[in-house]
Design a protein around this ligand. Structure first.
Ligand code: HEC
Ligand code: HEC
Ligand code: HEC
Length: 441
């Protein structure tokens, strides 16, 4: 048995496993096993393809615009959320302290280096140039007063899991972000951090006293949120006949107001016809060409704008995604596992930054950015207008971006792994009112 979307090649082993399992336990297998790999229907920059360049190096194809365009590395060597990626997390490791003399000035530069850390993303240290510092990790302003042995500090930086198995601090040495000799310089710098700390002149410099950012005004006011106009622009596509001779309007009578009312409150959902969980965005990539003949690729303007038009017809209505049917429950559990899975060069999980607790990010600052809590709800305002990008982002682009600076190659925007992760996130919003399009920094 082969499912729609099964990929030949990379997926062949998987498909064979699947059919073997189906032969034995026909019904249970659909609910328990991850769905077959999906052939991406995203625009080329959103497919997450890795290409070998003329010089033999691998490089992932990414969006041409910022912030993706500014990321020059390929992270094929590090594990991802892909269900067929069975590589383990990097094992905890140690290294001897390199015999170089630690230089505190170099150490400070490395501590602030944006290309490598920055350590200031999570730790405060003194200095007017330390801006903006975050507070996921402890304030290190007087760390040197503790007179800890150099080897101990070195090992903690090299791989903090030697002492704290569940730490959110990346294993800097183990995964090669910092070379051992660079860590020696950082150790030398940390030992110079002695109290007393001069009084703070600017309360915004310290993440513990910094004011939390305020919102961006009424998200449904078109003069405030440009995405509202883009969504309304999708009305032209709604009534345009495609190559198959039909328009959306021909089958969905009464306009989007009537025919799409409340529909989006049930998404992401398990769609039987495609045997996978889908968001509205995912659904349109197959439904539009099948019914009208029009392409509506994931991350295309038509897809994003039509998604917003459809979702707006559910504004003010409570979300009610299914997480209890056997298929949805299996997907929810896999999504949950992805949320806690450590991936990429930094060995981060979504949970590091979006759940509460000691050493975790929710309601704290990562650099200058306040981190949102998954339990408060991250989904009900997507797609949204990003004032900093001048662009609409759907949940998938947000996911693709959240993992990029952390050293994970992105998956295709319409990957089933992302859809199931989105289902897990959306379950926290069940009962809360939709408000699309959102507006954020
Ligand atoms: C993503 C957040 C994050 C980043 C980035 C980060 N750390 Fe940490 N760090 C933590 C957390 C959380 C702890 C708390 C203890 C633990 O889990 O190891 C910590 C602990 C520490 C400690 C021990 C503090 C104590 O009170 O004993 C030191 C020293 C340290 N980090 C240095 C660094 C350096 C140097 C860098 C940059 C190379 C860095 N950190 C980057 C999160 C981070
Ligand atoms: C040929 C008829 C036809 C055309 C054309 C068509 N659809 Fe549909 N659409 C359907 C049918 C039938 C369903 C219900 C499928 C089901 O529930 O299994 C549906 C379902 C949907 C749903 C999911 C609704 C829900 O409650 O889950 C959305 C969203 C949707 N269509 C949007 C569109 C858009 C946007 C277009 C134009 C690009 C379009 N459709 C064109 C027939 C059509
Ligand atoms: C190292 C920290 C970090 C990790 C790990 C991380 N994120 Fe984020 N996330 C951020 C930052 C920073 C923002 C932007 C905060 C802001 O500007 O409001 C953000 C924003 C988001 C938002 C938008 C919230 C909103 O209300 O608009 C979503 C959704 C999100 N992240 C999901 C995820 C998912 C899913 C994962 C795992 C695949 C993940 N993040 C992993 C740091 C992280």
């Amino acid at each position: 048995m082969l499912r729609p979307g099964t990929v030949f090649g990379g997926g062949i082993v998987f498909a064979a496993l699947l059919s073997a399992a189906c032969a034995q336990t026909d019904k249970a297998s659909t609910a328990g096993l991850p769905p077959a790999p999906w052939i991406s229907r995203a625009i080329p920059e959103g497919k997450g393809e890795v290409k070998t360049q003329p010089d033999g190096k691998k490089m992932q194809v990414r969006y041409k615009r910022a912030p993706f365009a500014g990321v020059p590395q390929d992270w094929s060597d590090y594990r991802t959320y892909a269900y067929d990626d069975t590589r383990p997390a990097p094992p905890v490791s140690k290294a001897p302290m390199t015999q170089v003399k630690g230089d505190p000035a170099r150490g400070r530069r490395l501590f602030l280096s944006r290309a490598q850390g920055p350590c200031t993303g999570c730790h405060l240290i003194p200095g007017a140039d330390v801006w903006p510092a975050g507070n996921i990790g402890p304030d290190l302003s007087t760390y040197g007063d503790r007179n800890l042995p150099d080897e101990f500090i070195f090992t903690q930086l090299y791989d903090s899991r030697n002492f704290f198995p569940h730490t959110t601090m990346p294993p800097w040495g183990t995964t090669g972000v910092f070379k051992p000799e660079e860590l020696v310089h950082i150790v030398a710098f940390l030992k110079t951090l002695k109290g007393p700390v001069p009084p703070e002149k600017d309360p915004d410099r310290n993440p513990d006293t910094r004011a939390k950012p305020v919102g961006f005004g009424d998200n449904l006011d078109p003069t405030n949120n440009p995405a509202v106009l883009l969504a309304e622009g999708a009305m032209a596509v709604w009534s345009k006949k495609g190559p198959a001779g039909k328009a959306c309007a021909d089958c969905h009578a009464g306009g989007p107001e009537k025919s799409m009312k409340e529909a989006a409150t049930r998404y992401p959902k398990y769609v039987k016809a495609y045997q996978r969980v889908m968001s509205i965005e995912d659904f349109l990539t197959v439904h539009a060409p099948e019914t009208t003949g029009l392409q509506m690729l994931s991350q295309s303007a038509d897809n994003l704008n039509m998604t917003m038009l459809v979702k707006m017809q559910s504004n003010g209505m409570p979300l009610k995604v299914d997480v209890t049917s056997p298929e949805a429950k299996g997907a929810y559990e896999r999504g949950r596992a992805s949320f806690f899975k450590r991936v990429g060069q930094r060995n981060h999980a979504c949970a590091d930054c979006h759940t509460k607790g000691a050493g975790r990010g929710s309601d704290k600052f990562l650099g200058g950015r306040l981190l949102a809590d998954v339990e408060v709800g991250l989904t009900k305002h997507f797609p949204l207008w990003r004032t900093s990008q001048g662009q609409v982002w759907d949940m998938r682009k947000r996911m693709q971006w959240c993992m990029t600076p952390l050293g994970m190659n992105m998956l295709p925007a319409d990957a089933v792994e992302y859809a199931e992760l989105e289902l897990y996130l959306t379950a926290f919003d069940n009962g809360k009112e939709m408000s699309v399009p959102g507006i954020r920094h």
